[in-house]
Design a protein around this ligand. Structure first.
Ligand code: NAD
Ligand code: AKB
Length: 323
């Protein structure tokens, strides 16, 4: 049974990935790592093993890998697109130097690595519809620059050192358990949260800004399916496009309004609009479908039903970091 380390484990993806991995494997085999301890009910100790560390601190990372005898790392610790523009130096340091620390430790300890890239690797010269797997990559944000640099670093370590590192370019992820951490696609989660609370929402993107999105259960399945695929099936070693949904804010608002008739959405774009304008609307994920059988399960209607059901039962912790 593999011993697993998840960095950035308190975040939007990490908190759900840890729960799924702990269901799939033994609870104590999965170690959470983040800058803070995981939250726990008042007076209770956090559930399961955790380590407080900064992924830029290579010595501490090495101690954790050795202490827990780690075999596999899901390296999620990162700054996202909107917060990245506020802290470009820190974003480079965490996103690129943190990844290099993990890859170097993986070489030394023969670890397998999952590291997520993003649709932020694309830019203004990239085709916006059905964006190909191989295409112009001209990111305009520091976040996108770090993601493309990370993709190339992963491919280099695979070719040069035969490291088994795998990656997907997640689209904007939508979930109800943990608030998103400072991205451009966060508006969708915020809109759901407001609608479920019986409130209206002012969107920070224009009504017609189409972006690729995915529901969290599909994202977790994509991650685990890629990591359990036979290494011989993996033909893309920078990062796979994975598609699921494509919609603009007004389409999401209309889908919600069919279930919450009193819901109203207005539009007041801020600086995140400039980021979204450079990203695609949809991606071509033929390589992921062919190589390891990727297929999303949730369409916009099914996701909206599920999100509202869960949010109405109170499974929500608050606003996104960028809100
Ligand atoms: P998040 O912001 O919700 O969580 C990131 C976590 O990393 C936070 O808990 C934060 O405390 C931690 N962290 C930040 N700096 C750290 C450091 N120096 N050392 C240790 N931990 C640190 O992010 P997320 O949405 O869960 O994203 C996880 C990964 O998936 C990131 O690489 C992100 O780029 C990628 N991704 C996310 C989305 C999305 O829509 N959520 C889309 C594309 C790609
Ligand atoms: C962001 O908006 O920054 C993230 C992403 C698409 O990488 N959700």
């Amino acid at each position: 049974m593999p011993r697993i380390l998840v960095t950035g484990a308190n975040g939007q993806i990490g908190s759900e990935l840890v729960a799924t991995l702990r269901e799939r494997y033994d609870h104590n085999q999965v170690v959470r790592l983040d800058l803070q301890p995981p939250s726990a009910p008042d007076g209770e100790a956090p559930d399961g093993p955790f380590a407080v560390a900064d992924v830029r601190d290579r010595e501490t990372l090495a101690d954790i890998v050795a202490r827990y005898d780690i075999d596999v790392v899901y390296h999620l610790a990162s700054l996202l697109s909107a917060s990245g523009e506020q802290h470009p130096d820190r974003t480079w340091d965490v996103n690129v130097n943190g990844l290099k620390n993990v890859l170097d430790l993986a070489r030394e300890h023969d670890l397998r690595v999952f590291w997520p890239s993003s649709i932020a690797v694309f830019g203004p010269s990239t085709p916006r519809e059905n964006t190909p797997q191989q295409t112009v990559l001209d990111p305009t944000t520091i976040y996108g620059v770090t993601k493309r640099s990370g993709e190339l670093l992963c491919r280099y370590y695979h070719r040069r050192y035969d490291l088994d590192v795998r990656s997907v370019r997640y689209p904007g992820l939508i979930s109800y358990k943990t608030a998103p951490g400072g991205g451009t696609t966060d508006y969708a989660v915020d809109m759901f949260a407001r609608a479920a609370a019986g409130e209206d929402y002012t969107c920070f993107l224009e009504r017609d800004t189409c972006l690729p999105m995915m529901y969290m259960p599909d994202a977790i399945r994509a991650t685990l399916d890629l990591m359990t695929a036979d290494p011989g099936e993996i033909t893309v070693r920078d990062s796979y496009n994975v598609g699921a949904l494509s919609f603009a804010p007004h389409e999401l608002a209309a889908t919600i309004r069919r279930r919450v008739p009193t819901f109203s959405c207005s539009y007041d774009p801020d600086e995140r609009q400039q980021i979204a304008n450079k990203w695609p609307c949809s991606v071509d994920d033929t390589a992921a479908r062919t190589d390891w059988g990727w297929a999303p399960e949730y369409d916009l209607e099914a996701m909206t039903d599920d999100m509202l059901d869960h949010l109405r039962t109170g499974e929500w912790e608050g606003e996104s970091a960028g809100a």
